[in-house]
Design a protein around this ligand. Structure first.
Ligand code: NAP
Ligand code: MN
Length: 265
């Protein structure tokens, strides 16, 4: 797929808007076409939040390429630094890039009245609606894994493993593995409540079902950082989606380098 048509997704801060304007002009000068309706490359300009918003706005489109330019604080998902923008344009023009298929998460929430279906890039976090202790039955492919009691369960993708998951003590998973990781949030651990205290990494083919206990069917479900309340939840089913998104990477992109760069430098 030749990259000719581009759409920019800047956030609203001055630095991002200024950079978007510069990039816009440079792209035009180099023969690219800026087209908001018909494009093959989507470029987020901002922090990781902007990248997440771009994916939501484009409905996790598997027919286009995604990349980000970091004007935010961390920008783990945002490969290009502002000072690299000319190198980026050169590589884009010459085809010095590769495509990485990224696993995303698909979730269905069934309540007594509704069924809702959505994608996420980083994770979902399941908590009690009033942030009280929550009881959740966890099944993997219909087999009981545990009866969890604690603040909640976070279920993260590989690309999301370096976000909220990491702060909760979960592991970093290379993004070319398409997994989900169940990470407990403050699990109770007494004689009366036995929980798995560490993260569990689940392979792509399996379906994770979460069934809330009888006294806490009203849940807060946080999807890539956005809160939603669901009442009378019967079941949450989540898995790695068969649909993948395509991330554009520069030819020297290396996940090990990114981890070292973002967390240790
Ligand atoms: P935010 O409050 O700006 O995000 C919190 C931090 O997570 C930011 O530094 C953000 O980077 C970083 N981040 C987001 N996705 C990442 C990824 N895949 N790998 C490594 N770091 C990542 O909120 P936001 O920008 O809207 O992002 C929402 C995400 O924030 C959620 O999906 C969740 O993973 C994360 N979050 C983390 C915590 C925590 O660690 N305690 C709490 C709430 C939410 P930027 O600075 O570049 O935006
Ligand atoms: Mn942010």
């Amino acid at each position: 797929m030749e990259i000719k048509r581009v759409k920019l997704f800047p956030n609203n801060n001055d630095k991002s808007l200024k950079l978007a304007k510069y990039l816009n002009n440079q792209l035009l000068e180099q023969g690219f076409i800026l087209d908001d309706d018909n494009y093959v490359l989507a470029i987020a300009i901002g922090g990781d939040g902007s990248y997440l918003r771009m994916l939501k706005e484009t409905e996790f489109n598997s027919n286009i390429y995604y990349i980000g330019i970091n004007t935010g604080t961390l920008g783990f998902l945002q490969e290009i630094k502002p000072e690299e923008i000319n190198t980026f344009l050169h590589k884009l023009k010459e085809g010095f890039y590769k495509i990485e298929q990224i696993g995303i998460q698909e979730t269905t929430i069934t309540t007594t009245k509704t069924e809702e279906y959505f994608y996420s890039l980083n994770e979902i976090l399941i908590r009690d609606k009033n942030l009280k202790t929550t009881n959740l039955l966890v099944k993997i492919d219909d087999v009981i894994l545990e009866k969890y009691t604690g603040d909640g369960l976070l279920i993260a993708t590989s690309i999301g493993s370096t976000a909220y998951n990491l702060s909760l003590g979960g592991s970093i998973v290379y993004s070319d593995l398409h997994t989900l990781q169940i990470t407990p949030v403050a699990p109770l651990n007494t004689r009366s409540y036995r929980n798995i205290l560490n993260s569990i990494v689940i392979p792509e083919s399996k379906i994770i079902d979460i069934i809330p206990g009888n006294n806490n069917k009203d849940l807060m479900i946080i999807v890539d950082g956005e809160n939603n309340i669901y009442n009378n939840v019967e079941k949450i089913s989540t898995s790695v989606s068969k649909k993948k998104i395509k991330c554009l990477r520069m030819n020297d992109y290396d996940y090990t380098k990114i981890i070292n760069d973002k967390f240790l430098k």
